[in-house]
Ligand binder design. Structure first.
Ligand SMILES: Nc1ncnc2c1ncn2[C@@H]1O[C@H](COP(=O)(O)OP(=O)(O)OP(=O)(O)O)[C@@H](O)[C@H]1O
Ligand SMILES: [Mg+2]
Length: 258
């Protein structure tokens, strides 16, 4: 057996245009195995475009990308076997219970003992008590957690979460964050996109900012904070937040849609 590559995701010189609109102009980044990587950017920066190319749903115009060691252009089937993608809209069936949804997906993937797989995931995502209830009765946070749990069936080594908490209330967001941390603790590599800077701050091992077609910074939260000198007010030192760093680099309000 060949040893798995150290990088779960590697993107080099990725370019993509939609007609005359050049969205990606040479994107480079790498994501270490078992880590959580956050791709930040304003509306329309190209985050979903990057995720769709990595998930083989879209082809890039130039550059190369590998996921789990496989080239997205040359080995798309191997890439698809290695990943799961959870978008903003949950793929859960409302009529079924949470447990039935999980069992159904495990059956579709021809896995042994779907019931045990379902029970294990319900436990990991704190849904054991809700598992017997119809999904139609779940809160937004519970649905999103079930959606993430469903995407883990078959143990894909790499998971893409495109804005996993958009539209959720603060409590539900914290629940989803716990689930994402739980994924990484089990060795899954997570690439998440978000417009919530506090989400990246809480979750990510590394944070990259996509702006005007390129990754303009990529580092740990501590490294990003060092880009701005702390503001000194009398004798109290105020550390910059990720939001301060983002705004100083991007020069716009990330919550202000263009
Ligand atoms: N299929 C398409 N055809 C034409 N233009 C597109 C298409 N998909 C995306 N775009 C444009 O490409 C740019 C990047 O879109 P993308 O969805 O990747 O951004 P994003 O960073 O995910 O934004 P958001 O934060 O709003 O989700 C936007 O200007 C968008 O309008
Ligand atoms: Mg998007």
């Amino acid at each position: 057996m060949t040893t798995p590559p150290a990088q779960a995701i590697s993107v080099r010189g990725l370019e993509k245009s939609y007609k005359d609109l050049k969205v990606l102009k040479g994107v480079h980044f790498e994501v270490a195995r078992g880590s959580i990587f956050a791709l930040l950017g304003s509306n329309g920066a190209g985050k979903t475009t990057v995720v769709r190319i990595l998930a083989t749903l879209l082809t890039g115009d130039a550059g190369a990308a590998r996921v789990n060691g496989f080239d997205v252009a040359a080995q798309p089937a191997r890439v698809r076997e290695s990943i799961s993608l959870t978008g903003q809209f949950a793929a859960v069936d409302e009529i079924l219970t949470g447990r039935e949804n999980l069992v159904m997906v495990a059956r579709l993937r021809h896995l042994k003992d779907p019931g045990a797989i379902a029970d294990d995931l319900l436990r990991r995502f704190s849904l054991t008590d809700a598992g017997g209830r119809r999904v139609g009765t779940y809160s937004g946070g519970m649905r999103r957690r079930l959606d993430i749990a469903m995407s883990l069936i078959g143990n894909p080594p790499v998971i893409f979460l495109d804005e996993p908490t958009t539209g959720l209330d603060p409590q539900a967001r914290i629940e989803v964050w716990q689930s994402v941390k739980e994924l990484a603790a089990h060795g899954t590599t997570v690439l998440l996109t978000t417009q919530y800077l506090d989400e990246a701050e809480h979750l990510a091992d590394r944070i990259a900012i996509l702006h005007e077609g390129r990754i303009i910074v990529n580092g740990t939260l501590a490294e990003l904070k060092r880009l701005l000198p702390p503001a000194k007010v009398e004798y109290v030192e105020k550390q910059p937040t990720l939001e301060d760093v983002f705004l100083s680099l991007v020069g716009a309000d990330p919550k202000d849609p263009r």
